[in-house]
Design a protein around this ligand. Structure first.
Ligand SMILES: [Zn+2]
Length: 424
């Protein structure tokens, strides 16, 4: 009896295991990882990890606010040049270097953004703690990826790895202010990328979708007036207040809905300069996000309507200005084909091979807010993968675990061997 139950349970779990293991096509195999030149490249990363970390600290301390990435680009370009590549900086400030393949394989593009959200003058000194972490603004997002990409390029070179497809390394500019460098490159290189991999996240699930992000600036204006003459005069502050209150009545899907949405109002606000006058102009920002393009459009329209009706009610002028508009990739069911592209499962399998634990059923998720969004919305097979473990990005407390960056770099070697196809 017991034996029968045990046998049944084993059979059942084997079936479930079989289904859960590889429901999607992959280009990764343990045999590929075992090939001598791949092993050599992975060993290079192990052997040179002290230098990897030293360079990580060095790059983190090069200031690189969005639009001012030139110094970082020059450093990365100089290092790639030592590998025989011919890096170039394009018109927006992307650093681009092509590693030619032997021919006949797909072109694989890596994008690691060079910019940070920290203005010039921010103290970028990296502090290394005894618990195996580095602390500094930008150390995690995205300097860890930039360094991993460089180190993986060196490992491929040192091990003499040849691929059939070209590999293009891009240190992108202005990612943090609307993926501008990535859009710029894709616009001028149509049809070049067969697959796009953004290196920009914590190690964890592979992202193959795109979170739509709408950033608006709402501006209410009127003539203004001294307080003594203000009774009954149009007041942009009252209109703005009514609009903000109204926006927060716009219903959202439940937080645990399959496709959630969120907005945040007033991250930036401006108003008058003095106490004793109606302000002539009041502005505030709206940050609206969801992966569902229809929901994004309808929520945006509802928010806009709240502002327009508030402006009418208070007889002030109103204008909406786009700060950033990053389109949504689609709901998970719309992206079913994307999930089946081997790019996604290959990345999942590579992470598993490197010992990264992924949440069951959520190994790959249909969202993302990185350079890969630009590829997703243009129909290019695109994913974002992680760099290391860490947190508090975009704050002065940003930190990263050191050891896990080895996984981040090795992942790039394995993805390259699997997706750009090893030449014989
Ligand atoms: Zn980032």
């Amino acid at each position: 009896m017991n034996r029968v139950i045990v046998a049944a349970v084993v059979a059942l779990s084997a079936t479930i295991g079989g289904i859960a293991q590889t429901p999607f096509p992959t280009r990764f195999s343990a045999a590929l990882a075992e090939r001598a030149e791949v092993q050599e490249a992975l060993a290079y990363i192990d052997r040179n990890f002290d230098r990897h970390v030293a360079e990580w600290i060095r790059i983190t301390e090069i200031p690189s606010p969005s639009g001012q990435e030139a110094q970082r680009a020059a450093y990365v370009g100089g290092e790639l040049e030592k590998l025989g590549l011919v890096p170039q900086v394009d018109g927006i400030g992307n650093l681009v270097a092509r590693r030619p393949g032997t021919g006949g394989g797909p072109t694989l593009v890596y994008a690691a953004h060079l910019d940070t959200v920290f203005p010039l003058g921010t103290d970028l000194t990296v502090r290394r703690q005894p618990d195996g972490t580095l602390h500094a603004p930008g150390v995690f997002d995205n300097t860890a990826s930039v360094t991993n990409m460089l180190q993986a390029a060196r490992a491929l070179h040192a091990a003499g790895i040849r691929t059939r497809g070209d590999v293009i390394f891009i240190g992108t500019a202005q990612e943090e202010i609307g993926l501008k460098g990535m859009y710029y490159w894709l616009e001028r290189n149509k049809g070049v990328a067969d697959m796009l991999i953004a290196l920009d996240a914590a190690l964890g699930p592979v992202n193959y979708g795109a979170l739509g992000i709408y950033w608006s600036r709402m501006t209410f204006t009127a003539a203004g007036a001294h307080t003594n003459n203000s009774r009954g005069r149009p007041n942009p502050a009252r209109a703005a207040a009514q609009c903000i209150t109204g926006i927060y009545t716009v219903p959202l899907p439940a937080p645990d809905a399959p496709v959630p949405a969120i907005y945040n109002v007033g991250g930036l606000m401006t108003a008058g300069d003095v106490v004793n006058a109606i302000p002539a102009e009041v502005t505030f920002s709206v940050d609206l996000r969801t992966v569902d393009p229809q929901l994004l459009a309808s929520l945006d329209a509802a928010i806009l309507e709240k502002c327009e009706s508030a402006a009418r009610a208070h007889q002030v002028d109103f204008e909406r200005e786009w700060i950033q508009r990053s389109e949504a990739g689609g709901r998970p069911e719309d992206l079913a084909d994307r999930r089946r592209h081997p790019l996604v499962q290959t990345a999942v399998d590579v992470l598993r091979h490197l010992g990264v634990t992924l949440p069951p059923g959520r190994e790959a998720i249909a969202t993302g807010s990185t350079d890969s969004n630009a590829g997703v919305v243009q129909g290019i097979p695109s994913i974002a993968v992680g760099r290391s473990r860490g947190g508090d990005q975009h704050t002065l407390q940003e930190w990263s675990d050191i050891e896990s960056a080895q996984i981040g770099a090795k992942q790039i070697v394995l993805l390259t061997a699997a997706l750009a196809e090893l030449a014989d």
